[in-house]
Design a protein around this ligand. Structure first.
Ligand code: HEC
Length: 381
């Protein structure tokens, strides 16, 4: 049986076959009732081509803008903006990032907006004495950035006495992602420039620093509050204790931050392995060990890697994909970053799990027992 060619593929074929600038401009020019279909064909064709300067061709550029407008806040438009290097979209990109919350796409959109020059205006927005909702959302996305220029901007926010406390907390959390800024954070803490909440949030990161000076300063300035391992009874005693699963669940979703990396059913984030049936998979001892010593037995496929770029950024996370063109890493916040091979300096497998050590310090001993009690209730149905 002979297959007929769908008209869309036919026009797309022509759009690619005929010399680019000419045929695409013609397609973009025709203004018929099905213009949106044509816009899509133009974009689809452009996406398959390299080196077309869309911004320099008003007709092409208009077609792409019309196409993007139709997509409202659909994340698929990021690829188009990235690939075609569409300029003049920094405000739209910030709006998209804000509407998506804190995820991979919003970080990418914010990066693109910053590439288009919006960092000064973003920083300005965060300086308001009483930040509005949009600024708060912007700060949440910026704290996830690995960019040096963003870290410089965050540093300037902490140094500015007029900036609100909430924004300073986010700025400090963002800076803690960058080892090169740890010394600066210690200085800020010493000179009382960091709000108390920020100290709690970044304390564990700095106390776990590989740099001995940072580590000891952090232990002094913001000591671990609760259950250090040495104070806990031995495992054989812990496993005999009974806990309150409801309280454990609250800790799991709250201060212990487990749900920020693990899914139970459809809730939580998908960074570490799902825990929906963990009570059937692991014994009580093994669950304690997973929490108290995450690096002792790292689950298969969840090894952590440190990737250094030619810009001297280090990204630590799980390997999502590794191809001839690029490497994609998912960090502890679940944000995926793709680094082209040409910008890759080094990939090193880590000894440590991506799961933080000392999470038991976020609760007391009974809390830990409650948490494990809760995990033991998560069984195969
Ligand atoms: C920053 C992300 C992160 C946080 C926060 C986190 N985990 Fe994990 N967790 C992981 C990763 C990644 C692994 C897999 C690597 C490993 O085994 O260490 C893991 C492994 C585990 C495992 C072993 C799972 C298996 O199938 O073998 C358990 C159990 C676990 N986590 C429980 C918890 C609990 C309870 C908390 C909260 C106290 C928590 N995790 C917080 C990332 C996280």
């Amino acid at each position: 049986m002979k297959k007929s060619i769908h008209p869309l593929w036919f026009s797309l074929g022509i759009a690619i076959a005929i010399p680019v600038g000419y045929s695409l401009s013609v397609a973009a020019e025709e203004s018929t009732s099905d213009q949106s279909r044509r816009d899509r064909i133009v974009v689809e064709a452009l996406m398959r081509l390299d080196d077309v300067d869309v911004n320099a061709d008003p007709k092409l550029s208009q077609a792409v803008h019309r196409y993007l407008n139709q997509l409202n806040n659909d994340p698929s438009q990021l690829k188009v903006i990235q690939k075609l290097k569409i300029s003049g979209l920094s405000d739209k990109l910030v709006d998209l990032a804000v509407s998506w919350g804190a995820n991979t796409q919003s970080v990418q959109a914010m990066d693109l907006a910053i590439d288009q020059g919006s960092l000064p205006s973003l920083t300005n927005a965060l300086m308001a004495k009483v930040p509005d909702e949009r600024s708060l959302a912007i700060a949440k996305v910026l704290t996830l950035s690995n960019r040096k220029d963003v870290h410089e901007a965050l540093r300037s926010l902490i140094e500015n006495a007029d900036v609100s406390k909430v924004i300073k907390v986010d700025a400090a959390v963002g800076l803690a992602r960058n080892k090169a800024m740890h010394g600066k954070l210690i200085e800020f803490a010493k000179s009382n420039q960091l709000p108390a909440d920020a100290l709690t949030l970044i304390g564990a990161t700095l106390r776990n620093s590989e740099d001995a000076a940072i580590k000891s300063a952090a232990n002094e300035l913001f000591p671990a509050l609760k259950t250090s391992q040495t104070q806990l009874p031995p495992l054989e005693i812990l496993i005999k204790k009974n806990g309150n699963a409801a309280n454990g669940k609250a800790l799991y979703n709250g201060v212990a931050t487990c749900s920020q990396c693990h899914m139970v059913g459809t809730e939580g984030k998908n960074v570490g392995p799902g825990l929906t049936e963990i009570g059937s998979k692991l014994s009580k001892d093994a669950i304690y060990v997973s929490i108290l010593a995450p690096s002792a037995g790292i689950s298969h496929n969840y090894e952590s890697f440190a990737v250094r770029t030619d810009d001297d950024e280090t990204i630590i996370g799980l390997m999502v994909s590794d191809t001839a063109e690029s490497v994609t890493i998912k960090d502890a916040k679940g944000i995926e970053r793709t680094i082209p091979r040409k910008n890759l300096e080094e990939i090193k497998k880590q000894e440590k799990s991506l799961m933080p050590e000392n999470l038991q310090e976020t609760m007391n001993e009974q809390g830990l027992v409650d948490l494990v009690e809760y995990l033991m209730t998560l069984k195969k149905s």
